[in-house]
Design a binder for this molecule. Structure first.
Ligand code: PRP
Length: 186
């Protein structure tokens, strides 16, 4: 059962699987706005390229870029390393970037930093392509499960070791369309 009375918002056909809303739409919007403001200030005078990792980051990225008021460009990369909810440790690039990042300021945009294996791999992969610099912006940081030494530059929320879905994040490809972030029944 939900704990905040917003039963209507969860009516996506899968609602019995969501036990609790962790971050509602308003809270997410306010935090994303703040991240956009910070990126705007930090990158003023430059044109960074924001690299979204498919698929999980697409909702966050879509909202984030509309809170950034300097010129940016956008690219996408698709990586996979999970099988269901298990991190296999073997990161594979499924879709490469479309544009060169040489001499560019790069911001990797991730929905969640869990073990950190995906982001760590991407940082190394991008740094080998001669960018001006590379930073990471994550909506959720789940430090309890970290398996590599990586510290994100921009963090939306720190979360405990719970399985989250919604706002782009999935379990077996479902729940990405939830407008909030919820905890999936164990
Ligand atoms: C999720 C998420 C990150 C990664 C983080 O992707 O989008 O890329 O896991 O986990 P890690 O820190 O343990 O490496 P996932 O492989 O589930 O694919 P998706 O983005 O298509 O949902």
């Amino acid at each position: 059962m939900l704990n905040d009375g917003r039963h209507q918002a969860l009516d996506t056909g899968n609602n019995s699987e969501i036990t609790r809303i962790l971050f509602g739409e308003d809270e997410i919007r306010a935090r994303v706005r703040e991240l956009g403001r910070r990126i705007t200030e930090d990158y003023r005078g430059t044109t960074p390229v924001l690299v979204g990792t498919l698929k999980g980051s697409f909702v966050f990225l879509a909202d984030l870029i509309r809170e950034i008021s300097i010129p940016i460009t956008l690219d996408f990369i698709s990586v996979s390393s999970y099988c269901g909810s298990s991190q296999t440790g073997a990161v594979k690039i499924q879709k490469d970037l479309d544009e060169s990042v040489s001499e560019r300021r790069v911001v990797i945009v991730e929905d969640i930093l869990d073990t950190g294996i995906t982001a760590n791999y991407l940082m190394k992969w991008l740094r080998a392509r001669n960018p001006a610099d590379v930073r990471i912006c994550v909506l959720l940081d789940k430090q309890a499960r970290r398996r590599v030494d990586i510290a994100p530059d921009y963090v939306g929320f720190e979360i405990l070791d719970e399985f989250v879905v919604g706002y782009g994040m999935d379990y077996n490809q479902q729940y990405r369309n939830l407008p909030h972030i919820g905890i999936l029944r164990p």
